[in-house]
Write a protein that binds this ligand. Structure first.
Ligand code: AR6
Length: 303
């Protein structure tokens, strides 16, 4: 899985193997990123578009051309859904990132820069576009090692950073699912908002043992157990870290009800692109954990 780095800049100036273009179905240029890429890349980009895409390109799909005069070697074109025109299926936006990475793999590109697809003329809400970018790239198997998410303004950069930082707690939550699959189903998670209201705390503990819990807070960003945990770290690696930090977690204990609950909870996190909160200062009294806009039932009591 690639490292994800949000940067402020112009997509046309990125020194990477491939830059991604936020194109349209016609594939003959346009405004925004598309206009900038055709201007800076020169006529070779359009010539190649005409040759390779005589019938244009479907929404959610991707394909490549030369990068002409750009520092990059290839342009990977993709067509995001137009939120403004009523195309609101997030699956199509996810598909743009996945397909673009697939094309990068076919080309052998290792470093790829993406703009925030659909978040300009196509009107996709910026924060959701940023979360979709980070979660989808982080969840895609690829040989690309470095993904740059290029923001053209400060607000976009803030959203991209926020979305990228979430990949650390997400990997920790996914590591607990790995422990459960290894048969260590007494590994339990608590997620709460810190009293300042600023940060989410995640605690992992071995149910039924009085050893201390392993703690993480989003305030420590990508640092967990003295290790850098990012989108590029696999859940299994984080599971190993947890086992080393807390030997009680290595015991094999069966608790299928909790494991099932946890699996559903984590799927909801992944689907909603939102970290779970079990309790916090200003929490309303409805039962369950808040995950984005959804309330997920409380975990079953220990057996
Ligand atoms: N470098 C990096 N990001 C940029 C740049 C740049 N040079 N220029 C704009 N952005 P958009 P879309 C940001 O409109 O929403 C075109 O006409 C911009 O601020 O380029 O997918 C195509 O032909 C925004 O955050 O793409 C299509 O018709 C993001 O890049 C349509 O627009 C995407 O904005 C595609 O719309």
């Amino acid at each position: 899985m690639p490292t994800i780095t949000p940067v402020l800049g112009d997509i046309t100036q990125q020194e990477v193997d491939a830059v991604v273009n936020a194109a349209n179905n016609g594939m003959r240029g346009g405004g925004g990123v598309d206009g900038a890429i055709h201007r800076a890349g020169g006529p070779a980009v359009l010539d190649d578009c005409v040759q390779r895409f005589p019938d244009g390109l479907a929404t959610g799909d991707a394909g490549w051309t030369t990068a002409g005069d750009l520092p990059a070697r290839w342009v990977i074109h993709t067509v995001g859904p137009s939120f403004r025109a009523g195309e609101r299926d997030r699956g199509l936006l996810e598909s743009c990132y996945r397909r673009a990475l697939e094309v990068a793999d076919e080309l052998g590109a290792r470093t790829v820069a993406f703009p925030l697809i659909s978040a300009g003329s196509y009107g996709w809400p910026r924060r959701d576009a940023a979360l979709t970018a980070a979660y989808t790239v982080a969840g895609t198997r690829t040989d690309v090692t470095d993904v740059r998410l290029v923001a053209f303004d400060d607000d976009t950069l803030t959203d991209l950073r926020g979305a990228t930082i979430q990949q650390t707690p997400l990997r920790i939550l996914q590591a607990v699912r790995v422990l459960h699959r290894r048969g260590q189903q007494h590994a339990r998670v608590m997620a709460s908002i810190a009293p300042t209201g600023m940060h989410l705390r995640i605690q992992v503990s071995a149910q039924g043992s009085d050893t201390p819990t392993v703690k993480y807070t989003t305030g420590s960003e990508t640092s967990f157990l003295d290790t850098e945990v990012t989108a590029a770290t696999s859940p299994a690696e984080v599971a190993d870290l947890l086992e080393n930090a807390e030997p009680a977690l290595t015991r094999r204990v069966s608790d299928p009800d909790y494991a099932r609950w946890y699996d559903g909870m984590l799927s909801t996190v992944e689907r909603n692109r939102a970290l779970p909160v079990a309790r916090g200062e200003h929490f309303d009294s409805r039962p369950g954990w808040q995950i984005g806009d959804e309330r997920y039932p409380h975990p079953p009591e220990p057996a």
